[in-house]
Design a protein around this ligand. Structure first.
Ligand code: GUN
Length: 290
């Protein structure tokens, strides 16, 4: 029987740490502030944004939502980001992706001040991740690293396989595993003999965005399997990229969906916002564990 890695519990621990530090900051008159921009009415984005705002309230941050209609002009969105860059009460700026068709997410990300880029999507922060000098850890990959730590498995020397090469998850995920001395392979839609590659993995991270894509025959006996997916199955039920029923009996540890990676992404966002608030207020910051 695999160990089920409890993302909810680990996330609650991270949020409690953030809340304790936030209480200390408040004694100095500093309240971390996060601006959350949502454009259009994508239901999944609405759920994510609501959860992010709820987490802010829980750790003691101020959050401000900017809900814009789907037909918002690119220039209006850019103007909003520029305005938020200038506000001293806003330490972090997040624009929920994907944006509606016609809006250029890259231009929006480029406009966010790197010091307030708590998603770590700006190319300046992406560059820092490449060279291992983090200001902000990318939220989902950082959350995955915490869950791997929770599984008790050491990354150094292990075969790590990441399925998915997105800028948000796959690529930075590979970097974080590499920084911990994993031997890393990134798989994608053009990978030949995918199951052969994934069966090599001691640590398998699935970030493909396809319901139950990873099946038991693709997993090595005793692997640690991390499921980044958030999909609906044929019955409309929430499920991950991993077919839990066939994979769980084979692996040593696995994250469930829901209750695995999802809560961690938000907890790491809280950590990044706290870091941003400390840096912007010249409060000393212990370096992240790398
Ligand atoms: N859409 C899906 N994941 C994310 C995320 O981590 N941040 C933002 N801004 N949008 C997303």
């Amino acid at each position: 029987m695999a160990k089920i890695i409890d993302g909810k519990a680990v996330a609650a621990r991270v949020r409690a740490e953030v809340a304790a530090e936030t209480a200390k900051l408040k004694e100095q008159g500093i309240v971390p502030g996060l601006a959350v921009i949502i454009v259009g009415d994508d239901p999944a984005s609405r759920v994510y944004v609501n959860n992010k705002k709820k987490a802010c309230a829980e750790v003691g941050f101020k959050s401000e939502e900017f809900a814009l209609p789907a037909d918002t002009d690119q220039s209006e969105l850019i103007a909003l980001v520029k305005c938020l860059n200038e506000r001293s009460d806003i330490n972090g700026i997040l624009c929920q992706l994907p944006l509606p068709k016609g809006l250029d997410d890259k231009a929006v990300i480029k406009t966010i001040s790197p010091a307030k880029d708590v998603d770590a999507f700006h190319e300046e922060n992406v560059g820092k991740i490449m060279v291992g000098e983090y200001d902000f850890l990318p939220c989902t990959p950082a959350g995955v690293m915490e869950l791997i730590k929770e599984s008790g498995v050491e990354v150094a020397g292990k075969e790590c396989v990441v399925i998915g090469r997105s800028n948000i998850v796959g690529k930075p995920m590979a970097m974080l595993l590499l920084h911990q001395n994993g031997t890393v392979t990134i798989c994608h839609s053009k990978t030949a003999n995918l199951a052969e590659v994934t069966r090599r993995a001691d640590i398998l991270v699935a970030a493909v965005g396809k319901a139950k894509f990873v099946t038991g025959d693709m997993v090595k006996e005793g692997a640690v399997v991390i499921d980044v997916g958030m999909n609906r199955d044929e019955n409309g039920k929430l499920c991950g990229d991993v077919d839990f029923a066939s994979v769980e009996p084979k692996c040593a540890a696995i994250t469930p969906v829901p209750g695995g990676v999802g809560p961690m992404t938000i907890a790491m966002l809280m950590r990044n916002t706290l870091t941003a608030a400390k840096r912007q207020n010249q409060v000393s910051d212990e370096a992240y564990e790398k």
